[in-house]
Design a protein around this ligand. Sequence first.
Ligand code: CUA
Length: 156
Amino acid sequence: MRRGTTIYLYELAWILPSIAIPVGMLVALVVTAFGAGVHVPSDAGRIDSTRVAETFPTGVYELAPGQYEVRLLGQIWTFAPNEIRVPRGSTVHFWATSKDVVHGLFIPHANVNVMLLPGQLAHVTARFDTPGVYPIICHEYCGIAHHVMAGKMVVE
Ligand code: CUA
């Protein structure tokens, strides 16, 4: 093999992956954003984290048949409310924030996955068609008892 051809092949071995990897990442980004509906938390609003007890009443509220609003507070090391019950087929609009440190709000199999930041409101909407018990998990490390910070969502 001539020396010029060898150098060309080495260049090709570097150039092709350096094009393929960013293209692959871009495809993964587009598929997760538009195909799987994964997105960063929206700028849903701000709240005074020192006064959430007065300004952010937590609970489950029925807006209309099949439409619920859940106002959820993350705090060390629990969620308020800790148990949510909705009938199957419900669309649930979650509004959530943190009282103290950064927490997470993750409900597997429901496309609910947001960070709860003190002072920042998170908003996410999910539909629950399959009855069952869904765990509500804190998936941001928030201190010594982070691993026990969990609630449950019961779809009846
Ligand atoms: Cu709250 Cu981890």
